[in-house]
Design a protein around this ligand. Structure first.
Ligand code: GDP
Ligand code: MG
Length: 393
């Protein structure tokens, strides 16, 4: 029933989003539990998934947990983040690769601030598919459940999603883990997986020149440095020459091995999360925000022109206007770096709610393309969003 060759499976990237303590991690664990029955999926216990938090406490910057599971026709790579800030970062930076977001809302609490913020971000970064899991149904009555469902639909509609087309699945991740034979247990997960299987696969650009935004680098003892990320364009073949670029670095090397979910493969393609063993490179050279590409298909620069929008307080933005030479962390694709905003000479400031054409200067040259979108965060708020209009010399 389950295809033996992963390469034949359709691949989709999923992520749980939603307010803290609404049960994202428990749901992630529950999904793997239900699917561990098929022999290919490994059951990940609740504590195993949340271990990321402990590691972070020890100073290791792991801010997302990746698990994978298989339905009969698809392979899912699932991301669960430990905290709200990790979500913000991962949605803005890495979630360009989130094909489907599973929004977890605890029926006992309903819509909360982080629920709203995550839906806003999902919309802004262009996530097309949302599935809602109304969790903790074991502790609410039917009237509450109905009210929360209405509330969630209204919220989705307000952010421009068509809530009629969005599956809302009531359930209890706790019941699943406790193997309780309730209506909200395993069956709710089957419904969820069915909804996932129905999500449209985004068209992947497998034809264009190879491009891999690097999420992180790890050292494999005895082997070398492995760059990890999801291929955004084209194909990569084992032993192919690749160019590492970004943060001012520009080095040619060889992809001496490619791994997809811990298995060595001869070729990987757009949409796949891969580990690429880079010949002769030290780990500290390879960083998030760098790209692997072929030949001269990418270029890097530190200066560009952008159309920006300064968000209002109501939109989660600033109370006060933005002044010339404003500096803060800019988030693009899957990286972030310090950036200065230069206003045009005749523009003394930009009020929240206004747009302007600005010159942006990054701390280091990065791989950029016109049309790319970005955000600038200021602590807990998203001060501005924008789009690159022109790369400047
Ligand atoms: P996260 O912050 O969204 O990842 O939330 P967790 O998965 O860590 O869950 C937060 C708390 O809610 C934990 O104490 C869980 O035991 C509890 N919880 C999660 N799912 C359920 C559920 O379906 N029913 C009930 N009653 N409690 C749940
Ligand atoms: Mg969690």
């Amino acid at each position: 029933r389950y295809m033996s060759d992963n390469a034949k499976l359709e691949h989709l990237n999923v992520g749980t989003i939603g307010h803290i303590d609404h049960g994202k991690t428990m749901l992630t664990s529950a999904i793997t539990k239900v699917f561990s029955g098929n022999g290919k999926t490994k059951f990940m216990k609740y504590d195993e998934i949340d271990r990321a938090e402990e590691e972070r406490a020890r100073g290791i910057t792991i801010n997302a947990c990746h698990v994978d599971y298989y339905s009969s026709g698809r392979h899912y790579a699932h991301t669960d983040c430990p905290g709200h800030i990790d979500y913000i970062k991962n949605m803005i930076t890495g979630a360009a690769q989130m094909d489907v977001a599973v929004l977890v809302v605890a029926a006992s609490e309903g819509v909360m601030p982080q629920t709203t913020e995550h839906i806003l971000l999902a919309k802004q970064i262009g996530i097309k598919n949302i599935i809602v899991y109304l969790n903790k149904v074991d502790i609410v009555d039917e009237d509450t459940l109905e009210l929360v469902e209405l509330e969630v639909r209204e919220l989705l509609d307000n952010f421009g999603y068509d809530s009629e087309a969005i599956p809302i699945i009531p359930g209890s991740a706790l019941d699943v883990l406790n193997e309780k034979d309730s209506e909200w247990g395993t069956k709710s997960i089957m419904k969820l997986i069915d909804a996932l299987d129905r999500c449209k696969i985004p068209t992947r650009d497998t034809k264009g020149p190879f491009r891999l935004p690097i999420e992180k680098a790890v050292t494999v003892p005895g082997r070398g440095t492995v760059a990890i990320g999801t291929i955004s364009k084209g194909n990569l073949k084992k032993s192919q020459e690749v160019r590492l670029m970004g943060r001012g670095v520009d080095i040619k090397t060889i992809a001496s091995d490619i791994q997809v979910f811990h298995q060595s493969v001869s070729k990987a393609t757009a949409g796949e999360n891969v580990g690429v063993l880079l010949r002769g490179l030290r780990k500290d050279i390879v960083q998030r925000g760098m790209f692997l590409s072929q030949d001269d298909s990418l270029s890097q620069t530190d200066t560009f022109e952008a159309q920006i929008y300064v968000q209002t307080k109501e939109e989660g933005g600033r109370k006060v206007p933005l002044m010339n030479n404003y500096v803060n962390q800019i988030y693009m694709e899957n990286w972030d770096i310090a950036c200065m905003v230069k206003l045009a000479e005749n523009v003394p400031m930009i009020m929240p709610g206004d747009t302007a054409l600005c010159k942006m200067i990054l701390r280091l040259p990065m791989v950029l393309e016109p049309g790319q979108r970005f955000f600038i965060r200021e602590g807990t708020i998203t001060a501005l969003t924008g789009i690159i209009s022109k790369i400047l010399p």
